[in-house]
Design a protein around this ligand. Structure first.
Ligand SMILES: C[S@@+](CC[C@H](N)C(=O)[O-])C[C@H]1O[C@@H](n2cnc3c(N)ncnc32)[C@H](O)[C@@H]1O
Length: 279
């Protein structure tokens, strides 16, 4: 056997969906880091979350459960602000990447972050409710059954708890495909990715109407909503200078919560609240 065969087989295997139809990011950590977070769209996403989370959440150093924490940016963001974070992520590659990055590049308080290698579906066993604050950003669209996932997140929330949910917006995916000239694809609604190979097109993009329905089904109240990247994906020319990049960021901030612009954000960011039990 060629020495590389094992590696190739391992990589091939890791690009399959799980039995539940989920796409774990094993083998994708470098690509995800490069193509998203080391690119303008990732920078804009982080800048917008940094701007929006303090507005959309009531933050009081409460403990946080970060579900599908990926490369660990959100866990670090909360840990730097005095929260104790449990970062759950099923992909060993992503979790190791996050641990190493937190250790080498961040100055975080000792034991600020607890790492748990587990999928969302197992969290009611591993870290049962009641969590006052849960974040689940850009994960639902990588699951075979995003609707069931929202029910699990609701179970994990404490009464009065907040869920910061960010999903890849199916309506924006359609719009950007049309803008790019993929007319047939948009017309036949072949928008979702297959989750095979190294593609980063989500397998289960979600619409605002679905989030409204699924939230209501689980007794969750939509407290706030915003669009992330409401303009960037539709630009004909990328910003050419740092000043133009700044202006784009200012525009995104100005209109991210403004109807109709938030509705076509590449991602939709929600604060969902589980109401207190009234006796
Ligand atoms: C697009 S990344 C988002 C990572 C991070 N939350 C962020 O916003 O950068 C999607 C993540 O969901 C994870 N994932 C896939 N299936 C999952 C599941 N069943 N439970 C929890 N996370 C899952 C992937 O491994 C990947 O790290």
């Amino acid at each position: 056997m060629h020495p590389n065969d094992k590696l190739i087989n391992a990589e091939f295997k890791s690009y399959q969906l799980t039995q539940a139809g989920d796409r774990y990011f094993d083998g994708l950590a470098d690509k995800f880091s490069r193509s998203l977070y080391q690119a303008p769209r990732g920078e804009l996403r982080l800048a917008m979350l940094d701007y929006l989370l303090p507005q959309m959440l009531t933050l009081s150093h409460q403990k946080v459960l970060d579900v599908g924490g990926g490369l660990g940016q959100q866990a670090a963001w909360f840990a730097e602000r005095g929260h104790r974070v449990t970062m759950a992520e099923p992909s060993a590659d992503m979790l190791n990447y996050a641990k190493t990055w937190h250790r080498d590049a961040k100055t975080l308080p000792e034991e600020a972050i607890t790492y748990l290698q587990a999928p969302l579906q197992q969290l009611t066993q591993h870290v049962p409710g009641s969590w006052p604050l849960i974040t689940c950003h850009a994960v639902l669209e990588w699951l075979g059954d995003p609707q069931a996932a929202l029910a699990t997140l609701s179970d994990l929330l404490a009464p009065g708890g907040q869920l910061s949910l960010m999903v890849f917006n199916r309506d924006a995916l359609r719009f950007s495909n049309v803008v790019k000239g993929n007319l047939e694809k948009a017309l036949s609604d072949r928008l979702a990715g297959k989750g095979k190979r190294q593609r980063l097109t989500p397998i289960s993009p979600v619409s605002h109407a679905e989030i409204e329905q699924w939230s209501a089904d689980n007794g969750l109240v939509i407290d706030a909503v915003a669009g992330i990247r409401v303009f960037q994906d539709y630009l004909r020319h990328s910003p050419a200078t740092p000043a133009e990049t700044e202006t784009l960021l200012a525009l995104e901030k100005q209109y991210c919560r403004y109807d109709p612009h938030w509705r076509l954000g590449r991602y939709l960011l929600y604060t969902l609240i589980k109401p207190e039990i009234v006796e």
